[in-house]
Every structure is written in C-alpha cells, then in structure tokens.
Design a protein around this ligand. Structure first.
Ligand code: HEM
Length: 166
C-alpha cells in the first residue's frame, strides 16, 4: 500500500523453491511426528484447565476460550520459551488479530509484529547464551551470529511460525 512501510514479511509462505526448500529444511525438525507426539502430554496439560473452566459457564466461545490460548502455549514450548509464556505472547500478539482494514488496526498489527520480533530477537540471544531444547536453540546454533542476513531470516522464520500457528 502506497506510503506504508512494511514489517519484514514472513518467510516460509512467501517464497518458492529452492529458497523455500532451504528454509523449510531449517524448521522441519521441529515438526516431525515424533517431536509433535512428544508435545501431547504438554498439550493435554494446557487444555485440561481450559476445558474445566468451560464447565463453569453455560455458554462459551471456543475462539476466546480455547483457540486464543492453546496455540501460544504450545508454540511457546516448541520455541523453547519458559513455561506459562502464553499470557505474555497473547499480550504481544493481540494486535495480530486486528483486521488491518483501517489505520488504527493497521498500526496495531504492525506494532504487534514489531513487539513479537523484539521478543524473538531477545529469545534468540538468550538461546545463544544458554542453548536448550526447542526450535529457537536449534536455529540459533545453525545460524552464525556474524551472518546478518541469516540472522534477519531467523527472526522472520520464528515470526512466521508464531503468526501462522496462532
Ligand atoms: C487449525 C490449524 C491450522 C490450519 C487450518 C493451518 C493451515 C495452513 C495452510 C492452509 C497453509 C498453507 C498456506 C499456503 O500454502 O499458502 C499453512 C502453512 C503453514 N502453517 Fe499452518 N495451519 C494450522 C496450524 C498451524 C500451526 C499450529 C503452525 C505452527 C506452529 C503452523 C505453521 C504453518 C507454517 C510455518 C506454514 C508455511 C509452510 C510452508 O510454506 O512450508 N500452522 N497452514
């Protein structure tokens, strides 16, 4: 849109092979059925209290009660953030759900993407200092700190996974 600068585009779903193949190979290990199966217990731990809460109210909306809260908890785990980060991620990404149809919601959307990117840049730095399990550590180790382009790509890939997953 004329006059609107753009936040770095998500990566995976905006490129074709061979670029897409290279990027997909970087994140694929976090999405193997084996890795996803290993998340099942954690997913059940997140879902159980959400379901219990539903029993307390006669009517409820799946989007606000489940779909808003479940993905960020699990994606947080996949990225290797500390537990119970979903509230922080929900605060950061709230603007992502804005429809981007007017100036206000466009700004909310862009602010959310910037906050998410800043959050992930800090997470990458943390995982470089203290590598752990999860996708962020794996990617941080695959991308040398000296490679600025790859560093930018790394952040965009993680933004892509959070946005696409949420
Ligand atoms: C109800 C759940 C979901 C639906 C219906 C869904 C649907 C889709 C669809 C239709 C695409 C293809 C888009 C295209 O080709 O342009 C896609 C791509 C993608 N999705 Fe999902 N998705 C879901 C959940 C997730 C989750 C939980 C994650 C990550 C944690 C995720 C990450 C991605 C990524 C990274 C891509 C790009 C893949 C690529 O280009 O290689 N999605 N999704």
């Amino acid at each position: 849109m004329p006059g609107r600068d753009f936040v770095p585009p998500s990566v995976l779903d905006t490129v074709d092979p061979p670029e897409h193949t290279r990027l997909r190979a970087l994140v694929q290990p976090a999405f193997t059925s084996h890795r996803i199966d290993a998340l099942v217990d954690r997913i059940e731990t997140v879902v159980a209290p959400l379901i219990d809460e539903l029993a307390e109210t006669p009517g409820w909306d799946v989007i606000s009660r489940i779909a808003y809260r479940l993905p960020l908890a699990v994606i947080g785990d996949m990225l290797g953030t500390q537990r119970d980060v979903e509230v922080e991620l929900m605060r950061i990404t709230a603007g992502l759900l804005a429809e981007d149809t007017d100036e206000h919601s466009f700004m909310a959307h862009r602010t959310a993407l910037h906050s998410l990117r800043d959050y992930l840049v800090e997470l990458i730095a943390e995982k470089r200092r203290q590598p752990g399990l999860g996708l962020t550590s794996a990617l941080a180790q695959a991308v040398p700190t000296t490679d600025e382009v790859a560093g930018y790509e790394l952040v965009s890939l993680l933004v892509n996974i959070v946005v696409a997953g949420y």
